[in-house]
Design a protein. Structure first.
Length: 156
């Protein structure tokens, strides 16, 4: 189970939480997902990554070395959210304008693009990446599986 702190609609977050089921094993997790302006994401990108440009999504994982491993509270006490009883997975920042532009460019709905970027960011927080071709295929496969569970496949 995953719990979200976000400005996305609660119904969509509940769907996302259900769709993410099985993406990891172990502890109940929490994550933040925020929609921001181009100026805000550019500032975050410059401050956190030293890249002074607008991007579609940024991910800030709270835990290292968790990909494919059972996530246990006792191993990540520094990420424990006592109030919710969860382990904090990380933060995802999505540029709303860029998501709208990409939805139009790719010919699908804004909802599909928005949740694709959220899923992409969450998988980064879970340790997945796309630097090497093998890793890219693995991550893309997981993204597509989750998007189908959301009923937001490529045709949406």
């Amino acid at each position: 189970m995953i719990v979200f702190d976000s400005d996305l609609p609660k119904e969509g977050l509940a769907r996302l939480a259900r769709a993410m089921k099985g993406a990891w094993k172990g502890a109940k997790l929490s994550a933040e997902i925020w929609l921001v302006s181009e100026e805000e994401i550019r500032a975050v990108n410059a401050r956190e990554r030293g890249i002074d440009r607008v991007t579609d999504v940024l991910s800030f994982p709270a835990m290292d070395g968790i990909k494919g491993r059972r996530i246990r509270k006792k191993e990540h006490r520094d990420c424990l959210d006592m109030e919710q009883g969860t382990l904090y997975l990380g933060s995802i920042v999505i540029c709303e304008k860029r998501a709208r532009e990409q939805a139009e460019e790719y010919g699908h709905s804004f909802e599909r693009e928005l949740y694709y970027l959220a899923v992409h960011g969450l998988l980064h927080c879970l340790g997945y990446d796309h630097e090497r071709e093998e890793d890219r295929r693995e991550m893309r496969e997981k993204e597509e599986k989750i998007m189908r569970r959301l009923d937001l496949g490529r045709e949406q």
